[in-house]
Design a binder for this molecule. Structure first.
Ligand SMILES: Nc1ncnc2c1ncn2[C@@H]1O[C@H](COP(=O)(O)OP(=O)(O)OP(=O)(O)O)[C@@H](O)[C@H]1O
Length: 291
């Protein structure tokens, strides 16, 4: 069990995270927040690349910094930008990393063949990576993170730059990997984790907003999401009055989906909240300034 206890992180006078308390057991955890919310900061602390300014992170009761090598032995990590050599093939690259990790060549070859099979790269095992797509490179990244058969697998924005098909493939791969290990995956794309995360962690204003199942997080907007049809001319004033989640044109009018917690109108149709709705609602200010 991995426990984040009262952890805060300051960069000089800037507070990146405040008083985070989290517990992780096996399964998939999705760390979901817009860019700049502190996901990478949390992840870098979880992999001991940076230290908390306050608080501690414990694995089975011991501070991960004290566990040192013993902790890194059970950790697999895919950073946001991982360094690979374009002129290497996946086989050469993974053999090189395996040697750095101290695996002997025979075991390494066996392990690498198994991993390449798992990430569906066996066919291109000996092809130079310079011609690989973003999705293929990310799968090499996953394979390197799995070299030591880690109990804890941490992936920082692993789907950045992938097309929807590659994202779908990635989700499939992750669910397979999550049996008997802890997987933490950070993203700002709701669909990356909505269907696969046992729990979703959301950070807002440098603090923990939610750590719960997708269903329970969606319930926070239960009874407050509606859809209705309005004229195009009304759209502007509607946007000012309600928190708009989506809008689409249909037969000359606008179908809007929005959040309203007060008075309702007769022609509004209640809708079941989705995680995307909660994401858009909770981060409406951050997302607006991103545009
Ligand atoms: N070394 C640093 N020094 C100063 N500020 C930093 C440093 N690293 C991150 N920050 C700031 O801390 C905040 C959180 O950054 P962080 O990278 O953790 O966010 P994030 O949610 O991972 O976003 P992204 O996906 O864009 O990396 C940002 O405002 C960022 O500018």
């Amino acid at each position: 069990m991995l426990v984040v206890k009262d952890v805060s992180k300051q960069y000089g006078s800037f507070s990146a995270l405040k008083n985070m308390n989290l517990e992780f057991s096996d399964g998939v955890y999705g760390l979901l927040a817009p860019n700049g919310a502190g996901k990478t900061t949390l992840i870098k602390m979880l992999v001991t690349l940076i230290s908390p300014s306050k608080g501690e992170i414990l694995y089975n009761g011991t501070n991960i910094v004290d566990l040192d090598e013993d902790y890194r032995d059970i950790l697999g990590y895919l950073p946001q930008q991982f360094g690979y050599y374009k002129n290497y093939s996946p086989m050469q690259y993974l053999l090189y990393l395996a040697a750095l990790k101290g695996l002997d060549k025979k075991n390494a070859l066996e392990k690498i063949s198994e991993l390449l099979e798992k990430v569906a790269l066996t066919d291109v095992a000996n092809k130079k990576m310079k011609k690989f797509s973003g999705g293929m490179i990310q799968r090499v990244g996953i394979a390197q993170a799995l070299l030591n058969d880690p109990k804890i697998l941490i992936l920082d924005e692993p789907t950045a730059g992938l097309d929807p098909k590659e994202r779908a493939r990635f989700r499939q791969l992750l669910t397979g990997l999550a049996r008997e290990r802890l997987v933490i995956i950070s993203t700002h794309i709701v669909s990356d984790i909505e269907s696969i995360a046992n729990e979703v962690i959301m950070i807002k204003n440098q603090q923990l907003l939610y750590k719960d199942s997708v269903g329970n997080i969606c319930n926070t907007l239960d009874g407050h999401v509606y859809e209705t049809s309005i004229s195009y001319e009304r759209l502007e004033s509607f946007r000012k009055q309600y928190v708009l989640l989506s809008e689409k044109q249909e037969h000359g009018s606008m179908i809007v989906r929005f959040v309203q917690k007060g008075k309702t109108e007769a022609d509004w149709i209640p809708a079941n909240p989705h995680l995307e709705d909660v994401f858009l609602y909770e981060y409406r200010d951050e997302l607006l300034t991103d545009l």
